[in-house]
Design a protein around this ligand. Structure first.
Ligand code: SAT
Ligand code: MN
Length: 587
C-alpha cells in the first residue's frame, strides 16, 4: 500500500492523499493505482463529492465540449456519436467460461485481455476523473459502494446527479464495485462493455452513451443481480411508487421495458424510483429502496398536457443534462412529441438539422438526466434507510395484440412465472436494432441478465417464500390495439392503477379467468367516471378484456419451450406454465 501511495502522490495533492490514507482501505488504493497505471492519464482528479468538486466537473464537461450550456440556468446538452445512441447489446459481454442461454458471454481470459488492451494508454494526454458513490441510502443495510474511473467529466457529472456521493463510507477494507470507462477514440467498431462479475469490475470503452458509460446505472445492475442472488434478495429493473388508496398509501414496484410506460406510471403517484429497486426481506416484509437519486429518462413524447410534472422539471432552472435532443439557435431544446412548433433549424447528434431534411429532430432514445429532488411528486421516503413496504408488483409490457390491459396473478409463483418471467414486449428505441419486434424479456431485465435465468428465477421464487405478507402481482399492458387504433388513451393507466390499489386494500372483487383475476366491468366503469370523468362502455370492456384464449395458449407454449431448454429450471416454473396451459385448454 505504501508503494501505491507513493505512486499516487505524483498525481494527486497531499491533502487528498491524506484523506485516502485515512480511509484505511487498501483495496481502494490498489484499484486506483492499477487504473492509473493501465489508462496512463496525464493527470488525475479525485472528486470527494464536495460542491467544489461538482463545480469542477461541470466546468470540465463544458471545456471539453462534452456538454454545451443552454439558455436556462443549470441546463446543458450532450451529444453521443450517431452510432452510439442506445444500449449496445452486441458489444456487451458477461465474462464466463461457460455459455449461458440468453446471455452474451465471452471466456474470461479472452475478455480481460481485450479490456486491458483497449484501455491500455487510453487516457494519454487526458485527465482522469474518479468518483465515489453509494447505491442505496448511505448507512443503510441496502448500501453498496461503487467507484467510477473515467476520462469523461460528463460521466461523473451524470453520476453526481444520479447517485449519492459517499467517499467517507469507503472507510475500512470495504468491498466496492469498480467501473473503468474511457471514451477511447470513439471507434464504434471497438466499443466494448466487459463485465467481470467475479471481480465486480466493469470495463467500458469507445462509447459515451450513458447506458454504456455511466457505470453505476445498468452496468452496476449486472453486478448487483449476482450479489442479490448470493445473498437472497432482489435487485430489479423496477420503479418504486407510492399510490394513494382509500385506506392509506401503498408502495408498488413496477417493471416495464424502457419506453413502455414505466416513467409515466411512476408519475401517477409519488416517486421513489423511476428505474431500479433493491428489495430485501426485513422481518418478513419486502422492503425496497432506490439505488439511485436521479432520473435518466426518455424524453420523446413528453409534453405539457400528458406529463406536467416532468415538463416542469425540464423547464425550470436547475440541473438538467439533455442528451441527443435538438439544440435550437437561441440555446433552447426541442424534441419529437413535445407538441411544440418545430423549429426551422438547429443542431443535433448528427450535426446541422433543418426542418425540411425529413429526419426527426431528436433521437427516439434522447434523454434527460435530472435529480429526484427536482420532482414535485417526490415521496418523503425516497432516502429512507429502512426502505418502504412493497404491497404490489406490476409487470408491464408493450403488446399490441394479445395481453389484457390489467390482470392480477393468483399467487406469487403464478405471477412471477406466468406474468413476470413470461414477458414479451415490442422492442423500443432504447436498444439498438429494429423496433416493434416482439421480444422475450422476463422482468424487463433480460438485457442486464448476468446469470442463467434458472438461477435468477429460483432466487425470485424463494424470495416470496420468506415473506409473511406477499405482494400482489399484476400484469399491465397499455398498448393493446384494435387494428391500428390503440384501445386505451394515456390517462387510462390511472384507472388500472386504482383498481390494483383497491385489490391491495381488498375492497373490490375480481373475475377468475384462466390467466388470472380481471376487473368487473361495473368497477372499471365507476372508476373511469370518478377518476377521468369519462364514459366507459361495455364495448370498450369487451374489446380490452376478452381473453384471447388461442393467442394466450400460443404464448404460454412459446414460454414453456424457452424454459424447457434450461436443464436446472425450478420445477415451479414449468409447473405454473403447464397448469396455465391446461386452464386455457379446458376453459
Ligand atoms: O439505456 S439504459 O439501459 O441505461 C436506460 C434504460 O433504458 O433503462
Ligand atoms: Mn431502465
Amino acid at each position: 500500500m505504501e508503494d501505491d501511495l507513493v505512486f499516487l502522490k505524483s498525481f494527486v495533492s497531499g491533502d487528498v492523499i491524506k484523506k485516502l490514507k485515512s480511509l484505511n482501505n487498501q483495496y481502494l488504493i490498489k484499484f486506483l493505482t492499477e487504473s492509473i497505471k493501465l489508462c496512463k492519464p496525464e493527470s488525475v482528479y479525485i472528486s470527494l463529492g464536495t460542491e467544489e468538486d461538482k463545480e469542477y466537473v461541470r466546468k470540465k464537461a463544458l471545456e471539453l465540449k462534452e456538454e454545451i450550456p443552454l439558455k436556462t440556468k443549470g441546463h446543458t446538452i450532450h451529444f453521443d456519436h450517431p452510432l452510439d445512441q442506445a444500449r449496445a447489446r452486441e458489444d456487451t459481454f458477461i465474462l464466463s467460461d461457460t455459455k449461458i442461454p440468453y446471455v452474451n458471454t465471452k471466456p474470461r481470459d479472452e475478455g480481460l485481455k481485450e479490456a486491458i488492451s483497449l484501455l491500455d494508454g487510453s487516457m494519454k494526454g487526458r485527465e482522469m476523473f474518479i468518483g465515489f458513490y453509494s447505491l442505496g441510502p448511505r448507512g443503510s443495510n441496502f448500501q453498496i459502494l461503487a467507484v467510477q474511473v473515467t476520462d469523461s467529466p460528463y460521466v461523473i457529472h451524470s453520476e453526481n446527479i444520479l447517485y449519492r456521493n459517499a467517499f467517507e463510507d469507503f472507510s475500512g477494507n470495504k468491498d466496492f464495485l469498480k467501473f473503468i470507462h474511457s471514451k477511447g477514440n470513439l471507434d464504434i467498431k471497438k466499443r466494448r462493455i466487459i463485465i467481470d462479475i467475479q471481480e465486480n469490475t466493469v470495463y467500458s470503452v469507445n462509447t459515451t452513451y450513458a447506458g454504456n458509460s455511466v457505470g453505476l446505472k445498468k452496468l452496476a445492475l449486472r453486478l448487483t443481480v449476482v450479489k442479490a442472488i448470493k445473498e437472497g434478495w432482489l435487485s430489479e429493473h423496477m420503479a418504486i411508487i407510492e399510490f394513494e388508496g382509500d385506506k392509506g398509501v401503498h408502495y408498488f414496484t413496477a417493471s416495464f421495458p424502457s419506453g413502455s410506460g414505466k416513467t409515466s406510471t411512476a408519475m401517477i403517484g409519488r416517486l421513489i424510483s423511476d428505474d431500479l429497486a433493491f428489495i430485501k426481506e426485513i422481518n418478513g416484509e419486502p422492503r425496497a429502496v432506490n439505488p439511485e437519486i436521479g432520473v435518466f429518462g426518455i424524453i420523446q413524447g413528453i409534453n405539457e398536457k400528458d406529463d406536467p410534472i416532468i415538463w416542469e422539471v425540464l423547464h425550470k432552472p436547475g440541473e438538467v443534462i439533455f442528451s441527443n435532443v435538438l439544440m435550437t439557435e437561441d440555446g433552447d431544446v426541442y424534441w419529437e412529441g413535445s407538441n411544440l412548433n418545430k423549429p426551422e433549424r438547429g443542431y443535433n447528434y448528427e450535426g446541422v438539422w433543418t426542418k425540411d431534411n425529413g429526419k426527426p429532430a431528436s433521437h427516439p432514445n434522447a434523454r434527460f438526466t435530472v435529480p429526484l429532488t427536482s420532482f414535485k411528486n417526490l415521496d418523503e421516503n425516497f432516502d429512507n434507510p429502512n426502505g418502504v413496504l412493497i404491497e404490489g408488483i406490476i409487470f408491464g409490457v408493450r403488446d399490441y395484440t394479445t395481453l389484457v390491459p390489467l390482470v392480477e396473478a393468483f399467487s406469487w409463483s403464478h405471477g412471477i412465472v406466468t406474468i413476470g418471467a413470461s414477458m414479451e414486449s415490442a422492442r423500443t428505441s432504447a436498444v439498438i436494432g429494429k423496433t416493434d419486434e416482439l421480444e422475450f424479456n422476463p422482468m424487463a431485465i433480460l438485457d442486464f441478465m448476468p446469470v442463467s435465468l434458472s438461477v435468477y428465477l429460483s432466487n425470485y421464487l424463494d424470495f416470496g417464500k420468506k415473506l409473511r405478507k406477499v405482494p400482489k402481482v399484476f400484469g399491465f399492458n397499455y398498448f393493446l390495439k384494435d387494428g391500428d387504433r390503440f384501445l386505451n388513451s394515456k390517462e387510462d393507466k390511472r384507472v388500472w392503477v386504482k383498481w390494483a390499489v383497491k385489490r391491495v386494500e381488498d375492497s373490490v372483487d375480481a373475475i377468475h379467468t384462466p390467466i388470472g383475476l380481471i376487473p368487473y366491468f361495473e368497477d372499471l366503469q365507476s372508476l373511469f367516471e370518478k377518476i377521468l370523468n369519462k364514459r366507459y362502455t361495455k364495448d370498450n370492456y369487451e374489446k380490452q378484456f376478452t381473453i384471447k384464449l388461442r393467442s394466450y395458449l400460443e404464448k404460454t407454449e412459446r414460454i414453456l419451450k424457452i424454459y424447457s431448454q434450461f436443464p436446472d429450471i425450478p420445477y415451479e416454473v414449468i409447473n405454473e406454465l403447464k397448469i396455465q396451459k391446461t386452464r386455457l385448454i379446458d376453459y
